[in-house]
Design a protein around this ligand. Sequence first.
Ligand SMILES: NC(=O)c1ccc[n+]([C@@H]2O[C@H](COP(=O)([O-])OP(=O)(O)OC[C@H]3O[C@@H](n4cnc5c(N)ncnc54)[C@H](O)[C@@H]3O)[C@@H](O)[C@H]2O)c1
Ligand SMILES: [Zn+2]
Ligand SMILES: [Zn+2]
Length: 370
Amino acid sequence: MRIRAAVLEEFGAPLVVQEIDLAEPRAGEVLVRLVACGVCHTDLYTASGADPSGYAPTVLGHEGAGVVEKVGPDVGSLAVGDHVVTLFSPQCGKCVHCLSPKTNLCLAIRDMQGKGYLPDGTARLSRDGEPIRHFMGTSTFAEYTVMPEIALAKVSPEAPLEGAALFACGLSTGLGAAMNTAKVETGSTCVVFGAGMVGLGAVAGCRLQGAERIICVDMSEGRLELARGQGATETMTGGDDAVERIVEMTGGFGADYTFEATGNVKVMRQAVESARMGWGLCTVCGVAGRGETLDVIPRFLITGRRIAGSSFGGVKGRDGVPRLVDMWLDGKIDVDPFISHHITLDEVNHGFELMEAQDGIRSVIGFGAA
Ligand SMILES: NC(=O)c1ccc[n+]([C@@H]2O[C@H](COP(=O)([O-])OP(=O)(O)OC[C@H]3O[C@@H](n4cnc5c(N)ncnc54)[C@H](O)[C@@H]3O)[C@@H](O)[C@H]2O)c1
Ligand SMILES: [Zn+2]
Ligand SMILES: [Zn+2]
């Protein structure tokens, strides 16, 4: 079929929205009609050429939500009409990681996904007979996409798909960091560095876990305001003295749980150092620049602090995303404040500009009726 999609033709150049071809879903694959897709930093990171594993041409986009239009052979868990959220982090349910409760890093399709192909090693996207690679196994800056069944989470049809799209990446990452990775305990004191999509999700996750104090640190007063809306009990502007101030605010000890959601390795260090002696746990969510390292004084670890990393918030996507969406429908998560701009596919480059200007939290591309 012919579809409209935003193609990354060349690193550092704007995406080009155009008609390309999308082949039928093969065994274990599903055709999804996108209804909404968020514009995320990772898309821009790849478009800019900074991502060492990036490739072009490809169709970017990974924060998608839509409706199943057709299923290929051997698809058992999804049917035409189902509402789905796309998962760059799939859940096959069978690999050694899927069978362990300790991780969400499914091993089933990693190699091919990283190279830009569907699990059988081929692409469904093409132009004039030449294959175009898939991005993150999702390629959702497009009217339609073909994805593996194991990379689609079936969500409640009650959930508006524009909001549901945010659960495909940043929001679930933040919520999950607090709920799955750190498993924040009731009554604890938490610090969240960064109040973008991920940090705000972490603030909401700490609140849902029953944290007593949630201190959010960011450089933007507007974002700190959003953090208060998500449950931050205290907010402060970041800076070189952030650790000192947090230690002072917490009776000289630091916080039970700290979260880093900035991607800045200096802030990661601050997050480690503001965790409490004895048992403080620092969860790192941010993606650092190529070659950057995290500096940690070993004494901080010997005296009982721990560091954890979190990919997609430790959420096993097919099980976890529908549960988080249900919590939203139950009124426990407030998604609307994150959607700052509604744009069309043709305005995708404007979405990147808004993100670079830190204008709002998320621009969401709308493709038409659910
Ligand atoms: N682990 C994962 O699975 C995963 C998933 C999505 C995104 N990420 C990463 O998480 C990070 C955050 O993503 P986002 O979309 O929320 O980004 P964002 O850019 O919207 O938010 C980052 C925030 O950090 C703040 N900040 C910058 N310097 C600071 C400082 N010194 N102290 C305190 N705050 C500071 C900024 O003001 C901004 O609000 C990025 O590195 C992103 O790549 C990771
Ligand atoms: Zn993302
Ligand atoms: Zn798996």
